[in-house]
Design a protein around this ligand. Structure first.
Ligand SMILES: [Zn+2]
Length: 294
């Protein structure tokens, strides 16, 4: 089942179905999905779910991992959505693909920018996504980037970690078919600039698929902001998220439904919060993922 809403008002128009999904997910959680066999939406095969972290306060978004692909629920849901978006992409009109095959040339793969690179998720994408991937890390220090490249290789990944600033990307206008951003946007103080850049580099029809802490409330909670003197002003207790570079990176935002307005203001023709929901596939309620189409 898929829930998909363009705004807070329409999300409340489907209250019954959402309430049922939420209740069923509560039962699913109470049964203890740890060890449950499931058909993973990414692996496509039977795999077991493994619950990591404190079982007394289970975190099904981050802690419920498929033993097949090694990815948590948030990533399984969002990568499924990304794969669906890339499947819409047509390499070239027929009969050109046949001609290219006869000439021994491979058709161009969809070009996708991933706003992270030294992660197990990027390695999974390198192995399993039919796409030309471009990663990057916001790490200007080349020595630390070299360390990140080693980390990428240790995880089984390929290539060299490059510096990329999500608010000032080095891609040409309309040069990409997809942008994937998994829990990065909340760490970018000027996230509107980041959304503007994602719009600029996507071709018309290209898709952005993104996750971030989502409150499911009308407005975004600003936890911290840059002060005039260049320091950081905390409006809520500082929250740090795990990061391979520093061990902890400040979270500036918990986004609300108004984040979709920021995407539409940047020019995206469609923006919605989607929630893939399927208990049979180990996807309980709450895996909200942004899908925006240029
Ligand atoms: Zn899996």
């Amino acid at each position: 089942m898929r829930f998909c809403f363009p705004d807070w008002e329409s999300r409340h128009g489907d209250q019954d179905a959402l309430a049922q999904a939420w209740l069923a997910s509560q039962e699913f959680a109470a049964r203890g999905p740890d060890g449950l066999a499931t058909e993973c939406v990414l692996c496509g095969t039977q795999a077991r779910l493994k619950l990591h972290g404190d079982p007394a306060s289970p975190d099904f978004r981050e802690g419920l991992v498929c033993t097949g692909c090694g990815l948590n629920t948030r990533l399984r849901a969002s990568l499924k959505l990304l794969r669906e978006q890339l499947a819409r992409w047509q390499p070239a009109p027929a009969p050109l693909p046949d001609l290219l095959a006869r000439l021994g040339l491979r058709p161009r793969l969809p070009r996708v920018y991933v706003t992270e690179q030294a992660t197990a998720t990027f390695v999974w994408m390198q192995r399993h996504l039919q796409a030309e991937l471009h990663g990057g890390e916001f790490e200007p220090d080349w020595r630390r980037r070299r360390g990140l490249t080693h980390a990428l290789r240790r995880m089984g990944g390929r290539g060299r970690v490059v510096f990329r600033d999500l608010t000032a990307l080095d891609f040409a206008d309309a040069s990409l078919d997809g942008v994937a951003s998994f829990d990065v946007l909340e760490h970018v103080p000027d996230y509107q600039a980041a959304i503007g850049e994602m719009y600029r580099v996507l071709r018309p029809g290209g898709a952005c698929v993104a996750t971030f802490p989502f409150t499911d409330q009308p407005t975004t909670l600003v936890r911290a902001r840059l002060a005039a003197d260049g320091g950081i002003e905390h409006l809520a207790p500082p929250e740090y998220h795990g990061d391979p570079i520093s061990g902890g990176i400040l979270c500036y935002y918990h986004f609300g439904w108004d984040v979709l307005d920021r995407f539409r203001e940047a020019g995206f023709s469609q923006a919605c919060m989607a929630m893939p929901y399927s208990l049979e596939h180990g996807l309980p309620y709450g895996m909200w993922t942004l899908v925006a189409i240029r």
